[in-house]
Design a protein around this ligand. Structure first.
Ligand code: ARG
Length: 463
């Protein structure tokens, strides 16, 4: 079979075999970088003209043609089939086809090695901004739900056993706070992504009088990666970014798991709208929380991508190695999976309603306020450990006699401790008990309100 002779064919007597080309072609994936590639090429060519390495007329013709190619790709008119090797070759070949030999000047003082590194950084910059925006949206929905449900109490859990009453808002705000660390991590990662590798050329730099800083500035980078070997060898920022995605997904999977549990008939704490649940092909009564399950399931893909990139980079000698072409798959998959998961979780939450009545029911028939009895005894001079033991015996008594704490008579209480008086009953009401919390960041109403005010301010300011 015959294909277009490659742009590097000079040294070779025979073209690359079809089998080898098929195996090594990356255009199916890296065509996603076409806009970044063209933006990078335009910045490079303008710098070449400014430095008088090519004429401004040559630069102008190349620039115009590149803009045209961008439109051709956007409208699906350019052939980007596997024979083209990669997106960088496809664009350059098309450029030469359009403007003739002068197109061959674009690659002066540049290599595909710094070009690929540049494209990925430009791509990642946009992906980070987009992900930050989507996470912020999810935080806003959580905050909205926290505000709307303010005053609703729920059983808080440890070991998935009922522990203490907390505000539903408090629980939701825990996720806002978790996700905020992810936003911080993204911002931090962006700092390191935002450096231009262009001008490193293949690895050693170039003898042309290029201006690396000018290209970096044109592309709105914070600076350049100085060492030319490091500039083309480095993929740390991909590792870092996918690690952040993994953490985001881990957070989402915890939220997803709670949605799955809470929407079960056993819990019935939350109802997800029909539009975000599915039915069963055989059991007519079923309403399944598939979106949450899929988010939980997709976490594995992102963790897999993290292992993938770490393993690809392990043991690679400096500088560029073709192995590094394999970085696209984990990068793109992590970006898409994380972005789509955050997006769908936001929608599922918007279309979910908390069943406040169920929360109340659960609180009535439980021992969630047992800690209050222990604290009460402590306030009346009993050492905490003894108070804990006494309260344990009270709970055991209730279990045995099928009673709740608030249904015990004072006489029954006195059987366990004479320090207990009438005022104990106030504490056994979960709504009253919660008001006794005073530590900062606790589930006390004023503390939860403070959190709401804090996050409203933070999220309003964020773009
Ligand atoms: N498709 C390659 C990649 O993504 C482009 C760089 C190839 N460079 C080379 N010297 N063969 O890594």
């Amino acid at each position: 079979m015959s294909h277009t002779p490659s742009l590097w064919g000079g040294r070779f007597k025979a073209p690359l075999s079809e089998a080898a080309l098929r195996f090594s072609s990356s255009i199916d994936l890296d065509k996603a970088l076409y806009q970044e590639d063209i933006a990078g090429s335009i910045a490079h060519v303008e710098m070449l003209a400014a430095q008088r390495i090519i004429t401004s007329e040559e630069a102008r013709r190349i620039r115009t043609a590149l803009k045209g190619i961008e439109r051709e790709i956007a409208s699906g008119k350019l052939d980007l089939s596997w024979e083209k090797e990669d997106i960088h070759m496809a664009i350059e070949q098309r450029l030469i086809q359009k403007v003739g030999a002068v197109g061959g000047k674009l690659h002066t003082g540049r290599s595909r090695n710094d070009q690929v590194a540049l494209d990925e950084r430009l791509f990642l910059r946009t992906a980070i901004q987009e992900l930050r925006r989507l996470i912020t949206q999810l935080q806003r929905v959580l905050l909205y739900k926290a505000e709307k449900n303010f005053g609703t109490l729920m059983p808080g859990y440890t070991h998935l056993q009922r522990a203490q009453p907390v505000y539903l808002s408090h629980h939701l705000l825990a996720y806002v706070s978790m996700l905020d660390r992810d936003v911080e991590r993204l911002t931090d990662c962006h700092e390191r992504v935002n450096r231009s590798p262009l001008g490193a050329a293949a690895m050693a730099g170039t003898s042309f009088p290029i201006d690396r800083a000018a290209v970096a500035k044109k592309l709105r980078f914070g600076g350049v990666i100085e060492n030319s070997i490091d500039a083309v060898s480095d993929r740390d920022h991909l590792v870092e970014f996918i690690a952040v995605c993994s953490t985001v997904m881990m957070h989402l999977s915890r939220m997803a798991e709670e949605l799955v549990l809470w929407s079960s008939q056993e819990f019935d704490f939350v109802r997800i709208d029909d539009a975000y649940t599915t039915g069963s092909s055989i059991m007519p009564q079923k309403k399944n929380p598939d979106m949450a399950e899929l988010v939980r399931g997709k976490v594995g893909r992102v963790y897999g991508s993290l292992m993938n990139i770490l393993t690809t980079m392990k043991g690679l000698p400096l500088a560029y190695n073709r192995d590094m072409q394999e970085d696209k798959q984990p990068l793109f998959d992590a970006v898409t999976t994380t972005r789509e998961s955050v997006f769908i979780m936001t929608h599922v939450l918007v279309h979910s309603t908390f069943n406040t009545q169920r929360f109340e029911e659960e609180l009535k028939n439980d021992f969630l306020t047992a800690t209050e009895i222990a604290d009460y005894l402590v306030q009346h001079g009993v050492p905490f450990r003894d108070a804990h033991a006494v309260t344990g015996r009270i709970v055991a008594y209730c279990v045995e006699h099928r009673k709740t704490l608030s249904s015990l008579t004072l006489r029954e209480f006195h059987h366990f401790s004479h320090r207990i008086a009438e005022d104990i009953y106030g504490l056994l009401d979960p709504h009253r008990s919660i008001e006794h919390k005073r530590s900062s960041g606790s589930t006390a109403p004023q503390e939860v309100k403070r959190q709401i005010v804090h996050w409203t301010k933070v999220l309003k300011q964020r773009k």
